[in-house]
Design a protein around this ligand. Structure first.
Ligand code: SF4
Length: 557
């Protein structure tokens, strides 16, 4: 069986994974980074290239371990048979932010040497806080731990295949502070890391390999304990069998759907308070929200959820909804962006993983309730993926939005606001116009869910400032746009080919390699998807108004 880092880490999640997994698909590729990776490789190669160097590219090594397990890993560049470089599609932020305390001061765990390479600070090995901080580097459940494990396995294979040679292995990791000048990439795009100073890396690998083999030999299909970190449910590291192993949880009303369920629940007894972890409860058979004794729920928002689930009803705070909506000024502009997070920045002013805006959708509600159809008063822009269209996008958007000083409605303001702030920095000519837009942004989430500051300004009493404004059993503890629209328009996205932002940017990425007909089809699907996002906001406001009562109108000023 051929295994790489990703496979070993997956087989180590739990005993059951091996029994569920098809051994012929044991070898997992590390993400689908191939295209960007080839650009990253080209950039890096141009920086290390020297006519006298012997550079071998994309080398795969394998090593027969035990029990018919063959280890395999790829190495991007081997230079002069000495230095080996592997390029990673991650940013170095988590490594650089790893700090420990020594007396009054905080220090980075990784320090940059005179050769420009980051390595572990060996002078602090005896510091207790340092020891605690570096534990993360050895954990399979931490993203930085998985990077270190990958380094350890690559190094392990190297040493087994070439026991006589002294290779030095480096990981090349993206620098999130780098800003592309739009002309050429410098070596500031990445940081070089050497993890070889970490102790016991070979043991780390062998323990994981024997654990994997043990799980494979056990071949035990029966359910095992669900462990939050191992399963990684709803995280980027989610196990591919989550849907199967969690299939006994009722949709939207499981105990994990209580707000902040990760904090657990407290049972008050005569002997004191007993804290119950949500996953412990799950493993003990507390599956549905209704399985929890109601007297364990102390938080008013938990009680509200429970009330809605027990009674299959919607809860709403009429006064908060109506006064929140009454702050809006007509005409309303409903705005939504789609953006592409590129590991290697594509355009001037962008950094690794900057969300590069490529599309907007705007609906205008000129007078109250006048958007009776999705086609009405709609404006859309989809950038040409083969050129930097951001300025054109900005100009057209400003022209539409800055006709008046009225409300611009977005959902979850941070995303749109951050994009506008970034664009302001990249295109300072439009600073005034963009500031005008930013200052008018209205977050519909503040009304649907809650925003303490917003409602404090509206003079709500303190007991109202912690309670959410709306709940329905179908929300499953989430206020995402796609969940909330379902309360008012269940089938809003049903007929669409693209149904979420990730699918949208993945589709957009395919345009340059598509035939003209396919590209047109993708553009049309993007148009329909983003259009529905802005229309969903209108539909949600219509739904809220309906809940408040037929006499309610948003007063215009
Ligand atoms: S979902 Fe959790 S329990 Fe199921 S195989 Fe994956 S890690 Fe194991």
């Amino acid at each position: 069986m051929l295994v790489n880092t990703s496979a070993v880490l997956n087989y180590n999640r739990c005993r059951r994974f091996a029994a569920l997994n098809d051994p012929y698909t044991a070898l997992y590729l590390n993400g689908d980074f191939s295209e960007e990776n080839s650009l990253f490789r080209d950039i890096f190669l141009s920086h290390i290239y020297h006519p006298n160097y012997d550079i071998r590219k994309n080398v795969t090594l394998t090593y027969e371990f035990e029990h018919e397990v063959t280890l395999t890993e790829n190495y991007d560049f081997i230079v002069n048979d000495q230095k080996i470089y592997c390029l990673l599609p991650y940013t170095a932020t988590d490594f650089l932010n790893l700090k420990f305390k020594d007396g009054q001061h905080k220090y980075q765990v990784f320090t940059k040497g005179s050769d420009g390479v980051y390595s572990i600070r060996t002078s602090s090995l005896t510091n207790k806080n340092f020891q605690e901080k570096i534990e993360k580097l050895y954990s399979h459940f931490e993203s930085i731990g998985r990077v270190v494990f990958s380094y350890a396995l690559k190094n392990y294979i190297l040493k087994k295949v070439y026991p006589q040679k002294k290779y030095q292995l480096y990981f090349i990791i993206l620098n999130s502070d780098y800003k592309y000048d739009g002309i050429s990439y410098t070596d500031k795009l990445y940081h070089t890391f050497d993890f070889s100073g970490l102790k016991d890396l070979n043991e780390l690998v062998e323990i994981a390999l024997f654990r994997m083999i043990n799980h494979i030999e056990l071949n035990d299909f029966t359910p095992c304990k669900l462990v939050k970190k191992a399963c990684g449910k709803d995280k980027s590291s989610e196990c591919k069998f989550v849907n199967f192993c969690y299939s006994h949880l009722p949709e939207n009303i499981s105990i994990l759907d209580y707000f902040n369920s990760h904090y657990g629940f407290n049972e008050i007894t005569d002997e004191g308070t007993i804290h119950h972890d949500a996953y412990d409860l799950l493993n003990e058979g507390f599956v549905s929200m209704q399985d929890l004794p109601i007297f364990w729920l102390k938080d008013q928002n938990h009680l509200m959820q429970r009330y809605c689930v027990d009674n299959q009803t919607i809860y709403f705070h009429r006064e908060k909804l109506s006064r929140g909506l009454s702050t809006l000024k007509y005409p309303f502009y409903y705005l939504d962006f789609e953006a592409l997070p590129m590991p290697i920045p594509k355009f001037k002013g962008e950094s690794p993983y900057t969300q590069s805006v490529f599309q907007y959708s705007i609906h205008i509600e000129e007078t109250e309730n006048d958007l009776e159809s999705i086609e009405k008063n709609h404006h859309s822009f989809i950038a040409n993926p083969n050129k930097d269209d951001r300025e054109d996008l900005l100009k057209k958007m400003i022209q539409i939005l800055n006709r008046t000083d009225s409300s611009i409605i977005v959902y979850n303001k941070t995303f749109e606001k951050t994009r506008l702030e970034e664009l302001k920095e990249i295109f300072p000519t439009y600073k005034k116009d963009l500031d005008k837009i930013i200052n008018r942004l209205f977050d519909l989430l503040d009304v649907v869910k809650m925003n303490k500051g917003f409602y404090a300004d509206l003079c709500f009493k303190s007991e109202d400032l912690d309670s959410f404004n709306l709940y329905h059993p179908d929300l499953g503890g989430s206020y995402s746009l796609k969940k909330v629209i379902k309360i008012f328009k269940k089938d809003a996205y049903d007929d669409l080919f693209i149904k979420d932002g990730i699918k949208a940017f993945k589709a957009y990425q395919k345009i340059p390699d598509s035939s003209p007909i396919e590209a047109e089809n993708i553009r049309n699907n993007l148009f329909l998807y983003c259009r529905q996002d802005t229309y969903s906001m209108y539909q949600i406001i219509q739904g809220l108004k309906h809940l408040i009562g037929p006499e309610f109108t948003i007063k215009n000023s």
